[in-house]
Ligand binder design. Structure first.
Ligand code: 5AD
Ligand code: SF4
Length: 446
């Protein structure tokens, strides 16, 4: 019998990228092979994101397009997974009769079996969300030829913070920490197979071990403990993590940057707004001053740390003065980079009913101003690296050149002077700074 080919299109965050890998593994355990695009696929999975309305619209328009594809190829199976599936699954399947399977965020681990079930019983919506559960283990099957140089490892799922704008607690459920030993075992297997860099993933990694686990947490084992234990795995060259909430950032975690050698000097610390009244309405549970104090402390522990952030402009009720607060904060912190967004109403969130929604044109103006200033600051920050020698990890090496990354997460492009492979660490002297990347010259290998 011919092998069935699947294609997964991933929208959204790193959590979703990891979930796509998990689905791919479940499918290959059920005899499917992965294809590179929708042409020739027997199964198409859209792994969706609903963080902003735009992300969700993209999914809907792609589903519209796939209706025609299915008319031409009636045996094609179409599956919607991820955050939109979780929230809107029932609506989608009732309106879009060409969709065969809706898989919620906690139901991806056995997608292979769920598809078998669809073949027998017809279209299904599987979107159970549990409050307490053990995050399943799917130990990666890594053949030497395909081992990537870096991997994401999930340490937590869900979120308990209920920021008033955010859909995630509704789409991914309560916060659950994965068992320590499962994490350590997975990282050890990956590193032994040749992975050089690990990023620990969760919506709010700073509260690791605190909440809702069915397993062995007494509250005595923290995220810092996990970082220390993972960092000791022999052969692991670089360790990163994402994402953090400032309200749970401890001194103990900041100290890790001082004394864990392979922990990369990079921190993504979403601030969201630079006005106390907006932060309060967002339910962020910290003030601008508290955030600034954390930034100062982080820089004391690790002077070269590269800080990035997320910002929302035009939150309901954001006055011109509130927005100036965000601009002032940008000036004070001088972030290396940031991701900034216009506030978008999301179903199920508290902010959807807040009054004083900001006009689209005002949001656009504020976003443009913020991004323009951030661009200048990023360029200035990047110029600080010119003339310095940094160790970079190679990501790609071809005749066109070498793409690599510093531990501060800056991309560096160099001319190829020697054969290198992804995961190799080499020294480069930085020769040029742009807004989004650096250029450098490879130092001769010793
Ligand atoms: N509107 C705009 N941006 C949002 N984010 C989360 N929810 C919304 C929303 N409703 C942003 C936050 C978060 C990032 C992942 O997306 O800045 O940190
Ligand atoms: Fe998008 Fe958030 Fe879901 Fe990630 S967790 S896919 S960012 S909605």
């Amino acid at each position: 019998m011919d092998q069935k080919v699947f294609f997964i299109k991933t929208f959204g965050c790193q959590m979703n990228e990891r979930d796509s890998e998990i689905m791919a593994q479940s499918l290959s355990n059920h005899g499917y092979v992965e294809g590179m695009d929708i042409n020739g696929a027997d199964l198409i999975i859209l792994n969706t994101c609903s963080i902003r309305a735009k992300a969700e619209q993209k999914v809907m328009s792609m589903l519209g397009y796939l209706r025609k594809t299915k008319i031409k190829k009636p045996d094609l199976k179409i599956c919607v997974a991820g955050c939109v599936a979780q929230q809107e699954g029932k609506k989608i399947i009732s309106k879009m009769t060409h969709v065969d399977l809706i898989v919620g965020t906690q139901n991806i681990y056995n997608i292979g079996e769920l598809l078998n079930n669809v073949s027998i019983n017809g279209p299904q919506v599987i979107t159970h969300l549990e409050d307490k559960y053990d995050i399943p283990n799917l130990i990666p099957d890594l053949s030497p030829a395909t081992v990537p140089f870096r991997k994401f490892v999930t340490i937590m799922q869900g979120c308990n913070n209920y920021c008033t704008y955010c859909v995630v607690p509704h789409t991914r459920g309560r916060e659950v920490s994965r068992k320590v030993n499962d994490i350590i075992d997975e990282v050890a297997i990956l590193v032994k197979a040749g992975v050089k860099e690990i990023t620990l993933l969760g919506q709010n990694v700073n509260s690791y071990g605190k909440t809702n686990s069915v397993s062995d947490f007494s509250g005595a084992y923290s995220f810092s403990d996990l970082l220390r234990d993972v960092s000791k795995i022999e052969g692991l060259k670089r360790l990163r993590f994402t994402t953090s909430n400032p309200k749970d950032l401890t001194d103990e975690l900041m100290r890790c940057f001082e004394d864990i050698d392979n922990l990369c000097h990079q921190f993504h610390l979403p601030v969201q707004a630079g006005s106390d009244s907006v932060l309060k309405k967002m339910n962020r549970k910290y003030t601008v001053d508290q955030y600034l104090t954390q930034v100062d402390k982080l820089r004391q522990y690790c002077p070269e740390i590269a800080l990035t952030t997320d910002v929302i402009v035009g939150f309901p009720g954001e006055s011109a003065q509130d927005f100036e607060g965000t601009m002032n904060l940008l000036e004070k912190v001088q972030f290396h980079g940031s991701f900034s967004f216009k506030y978008s109403d999301r179903p199920g969130t508290r902010a959807i009913v807040f009054e004083d929604k900001i006009e689209e044109s005002v949001k656009s103006e504020r976003l443009a101003r913020f991004q323009a200033r951030q661009g200048e600051i990023s360029l200035n920050r990047n110029r600080e690296y010119v003339g310095k020698t940094k160790t970079v990890m190679v990501e790609e090496c071809s005749e066109e050149g070498v793409k690599s990354r510093t531990e501060t997460n800056h991309i560096v492009h160099c001319a190829k002077t020697t054969e290198l492979k992804p995961g190799d660490c080499v020294d480069v002297t930085i020769t040029h700074a742009g807004r989004h990347s650096l250029k450098g010259q490879l130092k001769p290998l010793r």
